[in-house]
Ligand binder design. Structure first.
Ligand code: AMP
Length: 178
């Protein structure tokens, strides 16, 4: 029995999505559960150390957790999006995918240099997306010392890679394997 097994039971696993061999950890079932989502947000808030100025959420599921956490933590919400969606001037960071490359962006004036930023997403796998987000936030002058995820896939090494970049990394739930 692990402390967050109640929440783990609300996450559905869909095999072979979006491609063969991937066990997709589907959090939409947890979102549908009113108590489940509230408990998730409360536990993530409790795991946050020190005051933060901004919660940076990664498109799209990360937005849900970032927005919900920003309320009890009395912080603003900073959106990290796919390229081409934000209307103002942006700064970008590219990162490698298994095949090819992707890009995330944020508004260049979204944070005041020195702002303390908590990075949030639903799930960390290889950590490629989260590492790019940290580089982007730091490029803008943000102080990024913590990241939180509902789910970690520890065998893929993403959380450890973020720790190697000097972050405290927390997750409520871990699934072994891919
Ligand atoms: P990564 O950059 O490899 O850490 O991938 C992280 C992003 O991909 C997150 O935003 C997740 O929502 C999504 N993702 C990666 N692997 C899975 C998985 N097995 N189940 C659900 N979502 C995943």
């Amino acid at each position: 029995m692990s402390p967050n097994d109640d929440l783990k039971a609300l996450i559905r696993t869909i095999p072979d999505f979006p491609k063969p061999g991937i066990q997709f950890r589907d959090i939409t079932t947890l979102l549908l559960d009113p108590g489940g989502f509230a408990t998730t947000v409360a536990r993530m808030a409790a795991a946050t150390r020190g005051p933060v100025d901004l919660i940076a959420g990664i498109e799209a599921r990360g937005f849900l957790f970032a927005a919900a956490l920003a309320v009890p933590l009395n912080a603003g919400v900073l959106l990290i999006r796919k390229d081409g969606k934000l209307p103002g001037a942006t700064i970008a960071e590219d990162y490698a995918l298994e095949y090819g490359q992707d890009r995330i962006v944020m508004h260049e004036d979204a944070l005041v240099p020195g702002a303390r930023v908590l990075l949030v997403d639903d799930l960390i796998a290889t950590g490629g997306t989260a590492r790019a987000a940290v580089r982007l936030l730091r490029k803008a002058g943000g102080v990024v010392e913590q990241a939180q995820f509902l789910v970690d896939l520890p065998d893929l090494g993403g959380a450890d890679a973020l720790r190697a970049e000097g972050l405290d990394v927390d997750s409520l739930i871990a699934f072994p394997g891919h």
